[in-house]
Ligand binder design. Structure first.
Ligand SMILES: NC(=O)c1ccc[n+]([C@@H]2O[C@H](COP(=O)([O-])OP(=O)(O)OC[C@H]3O[C@@H](n4cnc5c(N)ncnc54)[C@H](O)[C@@H]3O)[C@@H](O)[C@H]2O)c1
Length: 301
């Protein structure tokens, strides 16, 4: 198949449904061979009886593409290692990793149990770190062998991680952590030919079907603005060789909109050149805050 990912091998985690499925189909349509990972868990992360990865592989093959299913838990070391091994065994290479798998355990903070905290940290943070580490180890070996790759990682953050979201303290913390991981990975892995970026998507999937029940498109436009397929073109481009030079960036994307998120950067500053008293620190801070941009409101605040 021709396309901007022709010849590339792409692994997408959590690709049995929702955004991951849309990404896998979009990569295949651009010529990539795809490793479709999905553990097949419920909305809250509890394993279910289905294996949705196989259905997506069938869809890709029916459209004339190439794909292989991988059903392991990417938040385990063995599962993450076998994701990379599956790409190498099936196709002899790995070019792009899309970290996307995840689930929610929403509660207000005062009701948020330790289990709900741990489960969400595990699937999002560890579930990004472990595949990233195994893929990066492969690419470092390739670079050291004189075959520097044109490798790409696309991570999945969320507006909840960038602005905060009421009732999602665990998820917001994990998704903010993914931004930090993205920045470090971009800085560390550039020397091995690896670019690392993150997207903060919004789309109607089983995770958000109540939030985005309507299409939010202009009536009669025929454009379903909340379709997950709208997020995939940016992910495919970031995962392609065409995105050369773009790394360490975070993009919000939904419908027909792409926004470069401009993150933490120094704002108004005062330096006394000596230690403040608490009263001085307070007075100075209030003056600085008056000069600073107000922060965006947390979702649901
Ligand atoms: N839908 C949105 O508007 C939205 C907004 C911001 C961020 N996100 C993020 O996008 C990603 C995809 O979400 P979605 O809306 O498509 O949800 P989804 O529930 O439709 O799909 C997620 C998939 O991940 C799989 N999965 C979960 N844990 C796994 C594990 N340990 N190993 C392998 N697979 C696993 C699930 O089985 C499921 O098929 C998530 O990281 C989510 O947090 C979604």
């Amino acid at each position: 198949m021709s396309g901007i990912c022709a010849g590339r091998v792409v692994a997408v985690t959590g690709a049995g449904r929702g955004l991951g499925r849309a990404h896998a189909l979009a990569f295949a349509a651009e010529g990539a061979r795809v490793v479709v990972n999905d553990l097949g868990v419920g909305l809250d992360g509890v394993p279910g009886p289905d294996s949705p990865a196989r259905g997506v592989v069938d869809e890709i093959r029916a459209a004339g593409g190439e794909a292989v299913a991988h059903g392991a838990d990417i938040a385990t070391d063995a599962g993450a290692a076998s994701l990379v091994a599956t790409a190498l065994d099936a196709y002899g290479r790995l070019d792009t990793l899309v970290n996307n798998a995840g689930f929610l355990r929403d509660r207000m903070l005062v009701n948020l149990g330790e289990d709900d905290w741990d489960a969400v940290m595990r699937v999002h943070l560890k579930g990004h770190f472990l595949p990233l580490r195994h893929a990066a180890a492969h690419w470092r070996a390739e670079a050291k062998a004189g075959r520097t790759p044109v490798a790409r990682i696309v991570n999945t953050s969320s507006g909840a991680g960038l602005l905060g979201s009421v009732g999602q303290g665990n998820y917001s913390a994990a998704k903010a952590g993914i931004v930090g991981l993205t920045l470090v990975a971009a800085a560390e892995l550039a020397r091995y030919g690896v670019q690392v970026n993150a997207v903060a998507p919004a789309a109607r999937t089983r995770m958000t079907e109540r939030t985005f029940a309507t299409t939010m498109a202009a009536p009669g436009s025929g454009f379903d603005a909340m379709a997950p397929e709208n997020v995939s073109p940016l992910v495919v481009w970031l995962g392609s060789a065409a995105s050369t030079g773009v790394t360490g960036r975070v993009f919000e994307t939904e419908g027909g909109r792409i926004t470069v998120m401009e993150g933490w950067r120094p704002g108004p500053t005062a330096d006394k050149g000596a230690r403040w008293t608490p009263a001085e620190a307070g007075g100075t801070t209030l003056k600085l805050l008056a000069e600073a941009e107000p922060p965006g409101a947390a979702y649901g605040a």
